[in-house]
Design a protein around this ligand. Structure first.
Ligand code: ZN
Ligand code: FE
Length: 255
């Protein structure tokens, strides 16, 4: 494992993160909610920005790109399906593509649902995944442009990554997500353990990510729509996972 990461806060509840290849000096910002915190992170880390890897077109993930690109002349990779909506793009990427960051390699995964072209970046050898607004810790993004089926398939794709993959998401929503998750699975012990961990992290003023895919698999109700006890617990025994997922997402929207 050679990649280094630097996590920081942006806007009111967005995460920014830098990924760095010590061998080449290449450094990527995953999304760019705003320029100033990215600049501060570059200064603190001593790294030079070479790339921006964009997960989706929403402004809270792209508003800082133009300023950063003007200053650093970095290469901006965006979801190919959303390139027209991100005017600062240099390259469009989609499932099957591999983005090189110096000696590091990120596999592009299509993870649509929150937006129609949303992608995630999986640094397989480094056991890192940057999942934007598809998967949150103990939650998931709102299904804005896609369907529940589409979002469920995207979440299953992320759930199927190796359990020790460290997952970085786009927002610090974990506490609220846990309050909601406990209404779906009040007896889930992994969820209770995660709740205790998150309470301690927040009390210490620390971020609640990264988190492993394996931990999310056990505790995140949005990844558990195909678990029989979850479906039964919300009165949907025997329904398809996508339907169960849609119901959980609806309840969260109303919560
Ligand atoms: Zn978004
Ligand atoms: Fe967002």
């Amino acid at each position: 494992m050679t990649a280094k990461t630097y996590l920081f806060n942006c806007l009111s509840d967005n995460f920014g993160v830098l990924v760095h290849d010590p061998a080449s000096g290449a450094t990527a910002a995953i999304d760019a909610p705003e320029a100033a915190p990215v600049e501060a992170a570059l200064k603190a880390s001593g790294w030079r920005l070479s790339d921006i890897l964009v997960t989706h077109h929403h402004s809270d993930h792209t508003a800082g790109i133009a300023e950063l690109k003007a200053r650093h002349r970095c290469r901006v990779s965006v979801p190919r399906a959303e390139a027209a909506r991100i005017p600062t793009a240099d390259a469009g990427v989609a499932e099957g593509d591999v983005v090189a960051l110096g000696k590091l390699q990120a596999r592009v995964l299509d993870t649509p649902g929150h937006t129609s072209g949303h992608v995630s970046y999986w640094f397989e050898a480094d056991k890192l995944a940057f999942v934007g607004d598809t998967l949150f810790s103990i939650g998931c993004g709102r299904v804005i442009e896609g369907t529940a089926e589409m979002m469920w398939a995207s979440l299953v794709k992320l759930r199927d990554l190796p359990a020790d993959t460290l997952c970085y998401c786009g927002h610090e929503y974990t506490e609220a997500n846990i309050r909601f998750a406990r209404t779906i699975e009040p007896d889930n012990r992994a969820l209770a353990a995660r709740a205790a961990e998150v309470t301690a992290l927040r009390a210490a003023g620390k971020p609640t990510i990264p988190v492993t895919i394996g931990a999310e698999r056990e505790a995140n109700p949005f990844l558990r729509a195909d678990v029989a006890s979850v479906a039964a617990g919300i009165g949907m025994a025997g329904r398809s996972p996508a339907h169960v997922f849609a119901e959980i997402r609806e309840r969260k929207n109303r919560s």
